[in-house]
Design a protein around this ligand. Structure first.
Ligand SMILES: NC(=O)C1=CN([C@@H]2O[C@H](COP(=O)(O)OP(=O)(O)OC[C@H]3O[C@@H](n4cnc5c(N)ncnc54)[C@H](O)[C@@H]3O)[C@@H](O)[C@H]2O)C=CC1
Ligand SMILES: O=C([O-])CC(=O)C(=O)O
Length: 330
């Protein structure tokens, strides 16, 4: 029996909270499956490479059959060399009272430099997932500094918002979460996002009862959109295990395909789908056949949806303009 070629997966911010939940699932085969070994490349700032060593020791102690090797570095050129996947987690997280926009200046330069390193060193078919906030605009920055990598290879994490929406809907409808499908979270991973139930199915059939407009506007949409802040208030620090779990299923579905008939929310550089502004990295309903993300086509959009989508995309446009203004993108 021939041994499959290992995939190199680079994870940044490897000593942080999210990575502490993410790396073990990655190493256990959560993205590529039980038959494909992974080589982990951990990128950290110099002061944290020691802590990343400790995480690597624990990974070794798990004796995962799918973990081929672990390398730790503070040099992006080394970290992304030959990478088939890059999960960009490393960034400063938001504390109590901060909005994601406050992080633009703090974190933008990280994604400029990592975009360049991905462009110059990663594998041709690299898949990039940006988790560090503001995730959509950080993905925009990285993509704009990687002109040799196709735009659709850069994504930002909105699967956490998608999962939060599913979980709130399951509670409201008293339904097992696994029976629900076809939600989408349009726009930005921020308080302006639009979690949309217009196409929701339960067990494959459209859901028509139990989701009145007042509940959607007064409870559901703000609850999902502000869930990150709620977790920060209650837990004292930002979501970590749920962000890691969403990152794993985002990458797994990208690499191995979404289940038949199912959707995921993926933030991708827009091609103008559904009236969004080309270039900005916005949440869209997507399917994967195990190769590329494909935006679901042909959905009807009514006036209520239009206004919500436009408002969140307008925020993405203002973040885009801000990073151009800061000189982070030409
Ligand atoms: N998109 C999403 O759904 C979510 C995004 N986040 C974001 O993910 C990011 C990470 O969160 P946590 O792991 O909780 O933070 P953390 O502070 O525990 O870990 C961040 C790690 O990144 C490292 N780091 C900073 N700059 C780096 C660089 N240039 N290269 C490599 N590593 C670098 C830090 O040394 C630290 O170890 C934050 O920006 C947070 O806001 C958090 C939850 C959900
Ligand atoms: O809210 C934050 O800062 C962390 C985050 O992105 C989330 O939990 O959605």
């Amino acid at each position: 029996m021939s041994t499959p070629t290992p995939v190199t997966v680079t994870v940044t911010g490897a000593a942080g909270q999210i990575s502490y939940a993410l790396l073990f699932r990655l190493a256990a085969g959560g993205v590529y499956g039980k038959d494909t070994p992974v080589r982990l490349r951990l990128l950290e700032v110099p002061s944290q490479t020691g802590a990343a060593e400790g995480v690597a020791m624990e990974l070794e102690d798990c004796a995962f059959p799918t973990l081929a090797s672990i390398d730790i570095t503070d040099d992006p050129a080394v970290a992304f060399d030959g990478a088939g996947a890059a999960v960009l987690v490393g960034a400063r997280p938001r504390g109590p009272g901060m909005e994601r926009a406050d992080l633009l200046t703090a974190n933008g330069a990280i994604f400029r430099d990592q975009g360049r390193a991905i462009n110059d060193h990663a594998a041709e078919d690299v898949r990039v997932l940006v988790v560090g906030n503001p995730a959509n605009t950080n993905a925009y920055i990285a993509h704009r500094h990687a002109p040799d990598v196709p735009a659709e290879r850069f994504t930002a994490l909105m699967r956490l918002d998608h999962n939060r929406a599913l979980s709130q809907l399951a509670a409201r409808l008293d339904a097992p979460v696994g029976e629900l499908d076809r939600v989408v979270v349009w726009g930005n991973h921020s308080a302006t996002q639009f979690p949309d139930v217009s196409y929701l199915t339960r067990g494959g059939a459209p859901v028509t009862d139990g989701l009145d407009r007042q509940w959607l506007e007064d409870d559901f949409i703000p609850r999902v959109a502000r869930r990150g802040s709620e977790i920060i208030e209650v837990r004292g620090s930002s979501s970590a295990a749920s962000a890691a779990g969403a990152s794993i299923v985002h990458m797994r579905d990208w690499v191995r395909g979404t289940p038949e008939g199912s959707w995921a929310t993926v933030a991708l550089p827009s091609r103008g789908e559904y009236g969004t502004v080309p270039g900005v990295v916005t949440g869209l309903p997507c399917r994967s056949d195990g190769g590329e993300w494909q935006v679901v086509e042909g959905l009807e959009i009514d006036d209520f949806q239009r206004a919500r989508i436009d408002a969140s995309v307008a925020e993405l446009v203002s973040e885009r303009d801000a990073v151009h203004g800061l000189g982070l993108v030409d």
